[in-house]
Ligand binder design. Structure first.
Ligand SMILES: Cc1ncc(COP(=O)(O)O)c(C=O)c1O
Length: 378
């Protein structure tokens, strides 16, 4: 293969460039009217009353846990098979992340894997929609005591659907999206929380900007509003910007196009990898999966090994990668109390790899990847 193919490649075209230029020329690049419009577009597209844009999914998760009342002495259950943000935000608030196992086919947590680690100190569960497979949060809600909040980590799941057919984000939980560079909807960096509750939405608006009751755009458009009277609580510097929102609005309008491209690659992979010693994450070619990641799990006895396969693919300029090294085995978390054993996570993580998929990964790219996988593993 010629040029290096990264595992997730966004598509920015003339419309994104024009939108950014328009905002630059407007003279207001901070958080303002474009962000408000993006939030309205997002809320409409997810089918939920409120969407609040922030500077990252990590901030969205942190603010959501804070809203759920998480603090010192509490435990927050999250899968170990996730990006470090999911657990780190619990630490930021003085709480303890407690790792749970995942279902080996969906790679998401389940009521059963959560129940095994639930204690009277559990205050929240982070439901990660792994790779774009939507965890069944309805089933999880029914299994959890009322005082345990569910925060959805939907960093991978913009456009995914729950088993009941609704779009991820519309469950009524605090649901956190990422608009990081390689995501399904990309604005370079960024994130959002979607939710139903109006009061909680106001709280998030305040917490994303230091804890101020009135943000910069409102102060600018209502000169009578003074800054110093408005700091009501300790918040974060986590606001979005109109430059990103301009990109986001265009990216949102192109989601159908992106979904088709991703589905095409996923189907080429599904068909082309048949007969090789691999299993695919469940539902990766179904409509409910955002296909943010195309996850392949190598059979235990397959040769070459997963790491050798990754190196061989990289040598062919294919940016296959690993999602994820389990968090409970990371130095930051490993020494924390009794050793944790998560058999499915550990088995899957030893054999997992991500093949390139994205708005700019073409059918020809996917066929090249299949040919490389066949040559190396066949
Ligand atoms: C599962 C998961 N959660 C959270 C995040 C954090 O997203 P962000 O980079 O927007 O903070 C990521 C980032 O890739 C992720 O994969």
């Amino acid at each position: 293969m010629r040029k290096y193919l990264p595992f997730g490649k966004p598509d920015f075209g003339d419309r994104e460039i024009e939108a950014v230029t328009r905002v630059l020329r407007s003279g207001w690049v901070g958080m303002g009217p474009e962000t408000i419009a993006f939030e309205e577009d997002l809320a409409r597209s997810v089918g939920v009353p409120h969407a609040i844009a922030v500077n990252s999914c990590t901030s969205a998760l942190l603010i959501s846990l804070r809203l759920a009342g998480v603090g010192p002495g509490h435990e927050v259950v999250c899968p170990s098979l996730t990006w470090c943000s999911t657990a780190n935000v619990a630490l930021y608030l003085g709480a303890k992340p407690v790792f749970c196992d995942v279902d080996p086919e969906t790679l998401c947590l389940t009521p059963e894997t959560v129940a095994r680690v639930l204690t009277p100190r559990t205050r929240a569960v982070m439901a990660v929609h792994f790779g774009g497979f939507a965890a069944d949060v309805g089933e999880l809600r029914r299994a959890l005591p009322d005082h345990v909040a569910i925060v959805e980590d939907a960093a991978h799941a913009f456009g995914s659907r729950y088993p009941d057919g609704r779009l991820v984000g519309a469950s009524g939980n605090l649901c956190c999206f990422s608009f990081y560079a390689n995501k399904v909807l990309s604005t370079g960096e960024g994130g959002a929380v979607t939710l139903v509750d109006a009061e909680a939405a106001e709280q998030i608006r305040s917490l994303r900007q230091h804890g101020l009751a009135v943000d910069a755009w409102k102060r600018f458009t209502h000169p009578g509003v003074l800054l110093d009277a408005n700091l009501t609580q300790l918040g974060y510097k986590a606001n979005y910007t109109d430059l990103q929102a301009a990109i986001g609005r265009v990216q949102l309008s192109r989601q159908e196009e992106f979904r088709r491209t991703r589905l095409e690659a996923a189907e080429i992979y599904r068909d082309g990898l048949r007969g090789l010693p691999v299993t695919l994450q469940r539902q990766v070619t179904d409509p409910g999966h955002s296909r943010h990641l195309f996850i392949v799990i190598l059979d235990d006895e397959a040769r070459p090994t997963r790491d050798e396969l990754l190196v061989a693919l990289r040598r062919r300029n294919i940016g296959a990668t690993i999602h994820y090294e389990p968090l409970h085995l990371m130095p930051l978390y490993e020494g924390d109390g009794a050793p944790v054993s998560l058999p499915h996570t550990e088995r899957v993580a030893a054999n997992i790899l991500t093949l390139p998929i994205g708005a700019s990964v073409s059918a020809d790219d996917a066929r090249d990847v299949v040919a490389a996988m066949q040559a190396i593993l066949g």
